[in-house]
Design a protein around this ligand. Structure first.
Ligand SMILES: [Cu+2]
Length: 406
């Protein structure tokens, strides 16, 4: 089996120089793939997405080696057990005590996932902890996130993680490259309050390849004293709905059928061709068409306040709750007053947004990307089922549908 190498085939730092086997694998991979694919990274226009300049890598390594050790001995530690979407980990809305070191663990799992049962579309998803999106992390401003990241020996590819909420070293991406069978620990301070995306960023074309195979998720950094409205009054939620919108570019054969691949990474060349169209074959919530509909719909009650955290790592999105609203929407950060009474809000590709709503009527609500082509044809639809008494003062069917009298 071919192990995927780190993009950029030349050794760029001491760690790579020591990796004779990895480089041999890189050479084998380069020889095994078509010339058109091998040439792909050279066509990428953005220098930051290429393999780092060795000099820059060296300067950064020297700066890190010369840095004063951080004394965090006085900080308490808290282990956060991450859970699969659409759910959120156990957490406090208002922080108790001083900033902590929040320990989390993530495994880079490559797994075959069905994207659409009706068409047989599937993908060798690249995931954090086996889910698309990766798990929601919740800390408070001033806390430290201490991530142990493991890449199982069975993996085909190198992975890392770039936290948009963090500061320095490509969001941690430069310090977390791990090959199959490796682990690393990264600690960073959550200085900015808001919802932020995180994603894998191995370098070059592998960045969109990994992101568009599901390797992204969100972290919510709450203010220590919790969420507030524009007047400074506290806002609290009863539950969280964590939605990750994922655009897939799944290759098809000459008959238009989705191609099935035997191992992760086998679709690399075909995927790059499909991604270059910028036209996704699917854009789904939580990994697959219908992942949060039908029996898997989320359930709430009238009077319940839900915080909808929507992550969209690659494409812009416009979430809309059909039949409801965004009572409070933090489209940018928690530093600013939330927007209020919104019909549709905006998620910039490469970010996550929180919207709060208190249900006032029972029934089935569709939570969609209000690019309705994406919602109805590409999959970006979730269902919330709300139980409780109907309020005729808010809405009443005065006349049921009937034939028009002639
Ligand atoms: Cu990855």
């Amino acid at each position: 089996m071919t192990k995927f190498p780190k993009p950029g085939l030349a050794p760029t730092n001491r760690r790579d120089i020591l990796r004779g086997t990895a480089l041999a694998g890189a050479a084998a991979f380069a020889a095994a793939i078509p010339a058109t694919v091998a040439a792909t990274p050279r066509r990428l226009p953005a220098p930051i997405l290429r393999a780092p300049n060795p000099h820059v890598v060296q300067v950064q390594a020297e700066a890190i080696a010369a840095a004063t050790p951080a004394d965090l001995s006085g900080l308490a530690r808290l282990r956060q057990v991450l859970v699969a979407p659409p759910f959120a980990p156990v957490h406090e809305q208002v922080a108790t005590g001083a900033p902590k070191i929040v320990e989390i663990e993530m495994i880079t799992e490559e797994r075959l996932m069905v994207v659409d049962e009706d068409t047989g579309a599937s993908v060798w998803a690249l995931t954090y902890n086996g889910s698309v999106p990766g798990p929601l992390i919740i800390v408070h401003q001033g806390d430290y996130v201490e991530l142990t990241l493991r890449n199982p020996v069975e993996s085909m590819m190198e992975h890392n993680i770039d936290f948009h909420a963090s500061t320095g070293a490509l969001g941690g991406g430069a310090l977390t490259h791990i090959y199959p069978g490796e682990e690393t620990v990264l600690r960073w301070k959550a200085t900015k309050a808001g919802c932020f995306t995180y994603h894998c960023a191995p370098g070059g074309a592998m960045i969109p390849y990994h992101v568009c195979h599901g390797m992204n998720g969100a972290i919510m950094v709450l203010p220590r004293d919790g969420l507030k409205d524009g007047a400074g009054n506290p806002l609290r939620y009863d539950s969280i709905a964590y939605i990750g919108e994922q655009d897939y570019y799944l290759p098809r054969d000459e008959n238009g059928d989705y191609i099935q691949y035997a191992i992760a990474g086998e679709d690399y060349a075909d995927s790059l061709d499909a991604m270059r169209t910028l036209i996704p074959t699917h854009s789904v919530f939580n990994g697959a068409v219908g992942a949060i509909t039908g029996a898997a719909a989320m359930r709430f009650n009238v009077g319940e306040t839900v915080l909808m955290v929507h992550n969209s790592c690659n494409m812009d999105s416009r979430p809309h709750l059909i039949g409801g609203h965004g009572d409070y929407v933090w489209e940018t950060s928690f530093d600013v007053a939330p927007l209020t009474s919104m019909e549709t809000w905006f998620v910039r590709g490469g970010s996550a947004v929180a919207a709060m709503y208190t249900f006032e009527q029972p029934g089935v609500y569709a939570y969609v990307n209000h690019n309705l082509i994406i919602a109805a044809l590409l999959g970006a639809t979730a269902h919330f089922i709300v139980d409780g008494p109907w309020d005729n003062t808010l809405m009443e069917q005065v006349v049921a549908p009937r034939a028009i009298a002639t």
